[in-house]
Design a protein around this ligand. Sequence first.
Ligand code: PEP
Ligand code: MG
Length: 583
Amino acid sequence: MANATQFLRGVPASPGVCFGKAFLLDSEEITIPRRHITAEQIPQEIARFEEALIHTRQEILEIQHRIARELDVEHAEIFNAHLLVLEDRALIEEVITKLKSEQLTVECVFFDVLKRYIRAFSRVEDEYLRERTSDVEDVGKRILRQLLGQRRRSLADLHEPVVIVAYDLSPSDTATMHRDHVMGFATDIGGRTSHTAIMAKSLEIPAVVGLEDVTQRVKSDDWLIIDGTTGVVIVNPDEATRKTYDELRTRLQAIDQTLLQLKDLPAQTPDGRRIQLAANIELPDEVPSVLAHGGEGIGLYRTEFFYLNRQDLPTEDEQFEAYRRVAQAVAPHPVVIRTLDLGGDKFTSSLKMPHEMNPFLGWRAVRFCLARPDIFKIQLRAILRASTYGAVKMMYPLISGVEEVRQANQLLEEAKDELRTHGIPYNAEMEVGAMIEVPSAALTCDIIAREVRFFSIGTNDLIQYALAVDRVNEKIAYLYEPAHPAVLRLVKTVVDAARAANIWVGMCGEMAGEPAMALLLLGLGLDEFSTSPVNIPKIKQVVRSVAMPQAQALAQQALALRTAKEVEDFAAAQLRRLVKELP
Ligand code: PEP
Ligand code: MG
């Protein structure tokens, strides 16, 4: 191999090893070469600029017509602001004047003017004008792509198996990509629980995220090894390294095969405590994988994927069909449908949500749903209708106090009334639970427990809020510590409150799928573990290896430790001692 081998280290996001050619997904950043022109070339550059404006206008009009046809005129009108940018005389004249005085290519000049405009817009006091910044930016990029003759490469265009290298992958990238052709992911940003990591795990694709500059270091068609288990990416590996990783891949596959033999055995400790071992899914097509890995139902069905990557909102019937399909496919095991958790790192183009400084602390999840009962009740009715087709349960995300549970339950009652009025059946006894993922909910869960039938601890968010560490920021990924004593104490508080109130408690955050942590969580008294299907056999192996008194003693010892590092080392050592056949 001609190019030099490089070793890059990032955040391990989805386990496994793969080897393949890089496919570099262009980031939205556009780089413009700085090139001078002669005075004779000026008219030609002006003509190129005018042509780019005309083509961009056509492009926007086409989008606008399609949206008006497929959605509604109101959404299409959003693009009027984009068209206005194209007609901005001041901007056009400034470009032409500068082109003449500076004698640089029109893309260079336009880029400079655009940057100045964006800076000016983002500083103005008037909120309406400030919000136009993104319109100017969006149109500006379209014009630049026209000038440069570029089109953003799309994951829907893949024709052969590749390893995706990107700044990040948006939910719409992962939803539209050609899945059979994606062997692995490597991204600049993101942490263990970012959307890309979760998606990679559910697709069983090895992934490393948070590499910071992998898009700068890798070129399309470089050869890459992705080791998603340890978080290493090797660019253009030499023969010896390739061979080592081939052997590792074979060994990991053999371990997976051995663990898969546990598929039909119960998730039960040697002294007879039965654990509910369920899976997290984003899409109904993932159910076969859950069953193939021995999952006993779905502990977290993330429904927001329904709302992403489309221009309209999903209807009640459409949602009902999907929920019913999942419920029937996993029956007699349960499915816990989580109500809409938009915001944070998941946005949809069909709802114009405001741009926020701190989206994870903002208008997301149940907060959004309570403010938009029109949208929320469509989902509640769809879930209720599906509840007669299997063991359907439902939970609310991002509960921060008991009032939100009460308000959501009030809307649920209204949805039930509406169905009753129309003679549509539903299960009046459907279990309703709260996700515990905000510290204020964890600390008041004795109060919340009286209003719900179960808790599901969402550690992905609970950790970020308890430790004040943005879950998708690679710069502080080292501070994102599931084993932090504060996290263990919060989990213990929630489990103890559930026990006292006689309701069940599960965990659906990524922490539930880490074997060493699972050992401690078992001892803390968790009733249910819900994780990516790939992790189910490993967690089953943990549960089947350790008797409860032993697990409880380990949890007690862990609670007495002082740092995340001490807890991690302790749990890893106990795992090696007590549980066989784990990678
Ligand atoms: C969590 O926060 O732990 C969780 C499971 O929800 P999400 O990752 O979808 O925020
Ligand atoms: Mg969450």
